[in-house]
Design a protein around this ligand. Structure first.
Ligand SMILES: *[C@@H]1O[C@H](CO)[C@@H](O)[C@H](O)[C@H]1NC(C)=O
Ligand SMILES: *[C@@H]1O[C@H](CO)[C@@H](O)[C@H](O)[C@H]1NC(C)=O
Ligand SMILES: *[C@@H]1O[C@H](CO)[C@@H](O)[C@H](O)[C@H]1NC(C)=O
Ligand SMILES: *[C@@H]1O[C@H](CO)[C@@H](O)[C@H](O)[C@H]1NC(C)=O
Ligand SMILES: *[C@@H]1O[C@H](CO)[C@@H](O)[C@H](O)[C@H]1NC(C)=O
Ligand SMILES: *[C@@H]1O[C@H](CO)[C@@H](O)[C@H](O)[C@H]1NC(C)=O
Length: 357
């Protein structure tokens, strides 16, 4: 390291390390920019001295800061740190196992969009305050840990190389609102208890090897579930909307996106789908569905339900592939709120396509 960089380092260390009893203990990227801009061009390490020297640091935001090399923890635990975001860098190596012990008070941990390898550290289960855990878009392998922070609201490990099944210990994560485990190689059945997760708004399990039936218990997700993404798995059986129309009144009534393409679903398209009056997008293409398309379905999809558009923050992050006349488009972000449609292609549907279509 050149001499002048050492000077900068001392200057910063003093600035942020020297006045620990006062001030705002949040180091934002912006504040650091003049320093690291030149500094990281040589691919220097993660600035763990920021954590090392600042015992009272509460938030560390180093998003998209051209960091590379390994992520390093401070030598002793930092109980003050509640938010750590190192997403969108080029960090690699393992996520250190002691992360739970060293940063026990984290509420947000975002390490997405890096090149982390190895397993999801078990010690993360010990972060009792953790609400938002985003490890998506890395190269993590191994299983989903049996022991996860029970207070998680968001758990995103999509686009990794995780395998194994969904641990039953997740059953009691009753606050979970967004669960994205898509694009891994996870397998096994879809657990019945998922139907009891009453706060679940988005369940994204696409691009895995899940098999078996969609549990009937999913119908119990009456008022919460807005986004159900199970595309590209090995799911069989029939569409799960209960046949008894009267009892289905409130079932899945909040559902906006139903994405089930590339599976082995059989049987007909249940008329009950028409009752889900907030549905904006159904994709059941490339299945083995048969029978006729209920005429009421298009009314449901195209009806003006502007009150029901899913404007939750989640839709902004989930790219959705939707096929229009054999051309796949990727819809992302706000576009989704304007999209409504249905894809029934590559099934064995017979009879007239209803006039409404
Ligand atoms: C990261 O920063 C660069 C330049 O500062 C910008 O062009 C790029 O869009 C940013 N990427 C993300 C994912 O924010
Ligand atoms: C984590 O960071 C990525 C990229 O910087 C961002 O898109 C994502 O929304 C963040 N996740 C959470 C839970 O804040
Ligand atoms: C979930 O909580 C219930 C009630 O507290 C308990 O009986 C059950 O064993 C828990 N399940 C798991 C998998 O920990
Ligand atoms: C779903 O609706 C049923 C009856 O319609 C009700 O008994 C149950 O408590 C509801 N569940 C949730 C999670 O709102
Ligand atoms: C789907 O399940 C069948 C039978 O259980 C199995 O042979 C096949 O390999 C599975 N396919 C995928 C992609 O997991
Ligand atoms: C569709 O069903 C037929 C007959 O049951 C079966 O032979 C075929 O493999 C199924 N196709 C898919 C894609 O599941």
């Amino acid at each position: 390291m050149e001499y002048w960089k050492l000077v900068w380092l001392f200057a910063v260390a003093f600035l942020f390390g020297g006045y620990q009893s006062e001030g705002l203990w949040e180091i934002e990227k912006a504040a650091l920019k003049p320093f690291y801009q030149n500094w990281y061009l040589n691919g220097d390490q993660f600035p763990n001295w920021l954590l090392e020297n600042n015992k009272k640091l509460e938030k560390l935001n180093l998003v998209n800061s051209s960091l590379s090399g390994h992520f390093l923890l401070p030598s002793t635990s930092r109980r003050g740190l509640s938010r750590l975001d190192v997403s969108s860098n080029s960090l690699d190596g393992n996520i250190p196992n002691e992360i739970g012990a060293k940063l026990p008070s984290l509420e947000l941990l975002n390490m997405s969009n890096n090149f982390f390898t190895g397993g999801v550290p078990i010690s993360i289960g010990g972060m009792i305050s953790l609400q938002l855990l985003d490890l998506s878009n890395n190269k993590l392998s191994g299983g989903i840990p049996r022991h996860l922070a029970m207070g998680l609201v968001l758990f995103d490990v999509s686009n990794n190389q995780l395998f194994g099944d969904i641990p039953s210990s997740m059953e009691n994560m009753s606050l979970l609102s967004i669960l994205d485990i898509s694009s891994n190689t996870l397998s096994g059945g879809i657990p019945r208890w998922m139907g009891k997760m009453s706060n679940l708004e988005a369940l994204v399990m696409a691009n895995n090897h899940f098999e078996g039936l969609i549990p009937m218990e999913f119908c119990k997700l009456n008022y919460s579930l807005k986004f159900l993404g199970l595309s590209a798995n090995n799911i069989s059986g029939s569409l799960f909307i209960k046949k008894q129309a009267k009892r289905a009144d409130h079932h899945l009534s909040a559902l906006v996106y139903l994405l089930l393409k590339n599976n082995h679903l059989e049987g007909g398209i249940p008329v009950q789908l028409c009752k889900l009056n907030r549905l904006r997008l159904i994709d059941v293409s490339n299945n083995n569905l048969s029978g006729t398309i209920p005429p009421c379905l298009m009314n449901t999809i195209s009806s003006d339900s502007s009150h029901a558009y899913y404007s939750g923050s989640y839709s902004a992050d989930v790219p959705i592939e939707f096929t229009v006349k054999s051309i796949s488009y990727f819809y992302k972000g706000r576009v989704l709120t304007y999209l409504s449609g249905i894809d029934l292609s590559c099934n064995k549907l017979t009879g007239e396509v209803p006039l409404q279509l």
